[in-house]
Write a protein that binds this ligand. Structure first.
Ligand SMILES: [Zn+2]
Length: 620
């Protein structure tokens, strides 16, 4: 369902949800005074610092600082978007949501998706039965056993086997009354030549189902049992499967990833399985595709850092640096786990054992550090070589979200190359400008604003001033680190600054739901801290300890008429939350238009896919 949910409904769902009962489904809670306490599901801890307050319908962890209401708990826990969390809780509480009804075309698409999922589930059941019990699955069982996996491993992942023969699955699907056209669309079967019947695409292969976060099968990866080629066949893209948006093992690994705060990213199905079997459950695999921006966003919902463990060869190294760039784009730092050349996680664990593997985990090195080292080594010792390498490195450093980190790397680069720090700083600043203003280099199509009806109309005045974009000279570097906010976020900030009663509401909603980028979330958190207990009129004095440039930016927000928010701030914050989300999607869309103008090949296709997806979300 893609309908909109009214605020009264959201309110009703919140009212009728018992947060203690909800959280008890995930965490063992014990009553302690007015609160319930338990072990925090969002960080690893031995003694309980996670508290749930039934009266205020609020949770808070004194260990890691997370907190919020029932919606934010479910969003964090299950990686859901806000509307999905509302739907989930509405169902639980028995609240009818009366969403907008679907158009006939949407209805048709939804029914098709349902049918396709069902066909995949029938196929997955068939493959799994073959592997577990059928005489035709003997070869698959032997292979899996040879790699050290028993029935439990196979059951946990619902691994299956596609027997030798051309129509085992086709016949089975027919018996189950499946419309074969659906199975063709999913790439499970293909029509034979010259009017002959359909035949199975996967034959004599071990079958790995790929699950959505809701645990439904979207696709399969099929691996041969010997050395024949291709080693893997994967399901083609279909109305339910977009390979750039799905990670193998995420369904099984997500809780462990959240606990660990990090994920290990591997290339193969067996890499993921091997780690999981060895008690390292927070790994996911790209399914035979380069890591996309969508993947990075998905990972970001669960972790704060990604450890990269790709093939230990030149191609793997290239993929590692590419992944670093993609993940950095989402603000996720990365580190590299090094094994010996030719070794993969599976072989390493078998040969060296898990203790040594864990040691490698702790020795993971910053990917950027490795990139610098290898780029310099490749460049050799000539002056031109070093200068070229420094430029390449500056371009990568410009992608880092933290200026402090950029600075540290620059200093180390200066020391390693003998190039003056000032020169390197200049190069970095140029690289940053190129990133910010790519339109200066190339002509780009301008987004067509006329076709964008605002889905959530904002009340017009007061107008929210956007901070001035930083000018391009070096002196502006400090200002450049300041967060930019959109109209809705500016309004939320005003409310935060001006309305004492609203601050508690903002804490409950969570700064992450009102502000889209991490710097802005951090700023909002900081302001909440500074203004704790502040009365009307004390704001400016409380903000005195902020840097001058930031105070200058905040000033216009403090000059908005407080009365505009007086009794309706709650409603207005809800509106801002939705509008901010939309504005952020809009910004990303504009950015994509710019990126697409200069991209080519696979990258362009990825961007186009994201663009199409975004347009859908924006209802264009
Ligand atoms: Zn915690």
């Amino acid at each position: 369902m893609t309908g909109q949910i009214g605020d009264d409904k959201i309110h009703e769902v919140r009212e009728r949800t018992d947060i203690v009962a909800l959280i008890s489904g995930y965490v063992a809670l014990k009553r302690s005074g007015a609160n319930h306490m338990g072990l925090c599901p969002f960080h690893a801890e031995k003694s309980p610092s996670f508290s749930v307050n039934a009266a205020r319908q609020f949770f808070h962890c004194f260990g890691c600082g997370v907190g919020g209401d029932a919606f934010s708990f479910l969003m964090k826990m299950e990686g859901l978007a806000f509307p999905d969390a509302v739907r989930r809780l509405a169902e639980r509480a028995g609240v009818e949501l009366e969403e907008r009804s679907l158009s006939p075309e949407e209805e048709r698409r939804q029914q098709e998706r349902e049918r396709l999922f069902r066909v995949n589930e029938i196929a997955a059941g068939y493959f799994h039965r073959m592997l577990m019990d059928d005489p035709h699955g003997e070869a698959g069982r032997r292979y899996l056993k040879g790699r050290g996996y028993g029935r439990k491993g196979a059951a946990d992942y619902q691994i299956g086997f596609a027997p030798d023969g051309w129509e085992g699955l086709t016949r089975h699907l027919e018996r189950e009354g499946v419309n074969l056209q659906d199975a063709r669309l999913l790439g499970l079967i293909r029509p034979g030549k010259e009017g002959r019947g359909d035949y199975d695409l996967f034959r004599s292969r071990l079958m790995f189902p790929i699950f959505t976060l809701a645990g439904r099968v979207v696709a399969f990866g099929g691996r041969v049992l010997d050395d024949s080629k291709p080693k893997y066949i994967n399901s083609p893209e279909s109305p339910i499967y977009h390979k750039g948006q799905v990670l193998f093992g995420l369904y099984q690994a997500r809780q462990a990833m959240r606990q660990a705060g990090e994920a290990i990213l591997v290339e193969g199905y067996f890499d993921q399985l091997a780690l999981n079997r060895s008690g390292i459950p927070h790994a996911v695999a790209t399914c035979g595709t380069a890591l996309t921006q969508e993947h990075a966003k998905l990972l970001k919902r669960y972790v704060q850092r990604v450890l990269l463990l790709f093939d230990q060869d030149a191609a793997g190294r290239k993929a590692t640096f590419k992944a670093m760039e993609t993940l950095q784009g989402e603000g996720l730092p990365t580190a590299v786990i090094d094994l010996a050349a030719g070794e993969d996680p599976d072989s390493f664990l078998l040969r060296e054992g898990v203790t040594l593997f864990r040691q490698r985990l702790t020795q993971a090195r910053s990917t950027m550090e490795l990139f610098i080292e290898e780029t310099l080594a490749e460049a050799g010792s000539s002056v031109e070589g070093k200068a070229g390498a420094a430029q390449t490195i500056a371009a990568k450093l410009a992608l880092l979200p933290s200026e402090m980190e950029q600075d540290l790397y620059l200093k180390s680069l200066a020391a390693q190359t003998g190039i003056a720090l000032e020169l390197l700083q200049q190069q970095l600043s140029q690289a940053r400008n190129r990133l910010r203003h790519p339109e200066r280099k190339t002509a780009v199509p301008q987004p067509n604003r006329a076709v964008e009806p605002p889905e959530y109309p904002l009340p017009e005045p007061p107008e929210y001033p956007l901070p001035e974009p930083p000018p391009d000279d070096m002196a502006a570097v400090e200002d450049a680190a300041l967060p930019l906010w959109g109209k809705a976020e500016g309004k939320s900030l005003s409310i935060l600054l001006l309305v004492p009663e609203a601050r508690e509401t903002i804490r409950t909603l969570g700064v992450a739901s009102l502000f889209q980028n991490p710097e802005l979330q951090e700023l909002a958190g900081r302001l909440l801290g500074l203004l704790e207990g502040a009365q009307v009129g004390e704001e400016t004095a409380r903000l005195a300890e902020l840097p001058e440039s930031l105070r200058r930016q905040l000033k216009p927000l403090l000059q908005v008429d407080r009365a505009a928010f007086a009794d309706t701030f709650e409603q207005q914050l809800q509106d801002c939350r939705r509008a901010a989300r939309r504005e952020s999607l809009q910004r990303r869309k504009d950015e994509l238009l710019r990126l697409m103008a200069t991209a080519s090949g696979d990258r362009k296709i990825e961007l186009l896919q994201e663009f199409t997806q975004l347009k859908k979300q924006l209802n264009l």
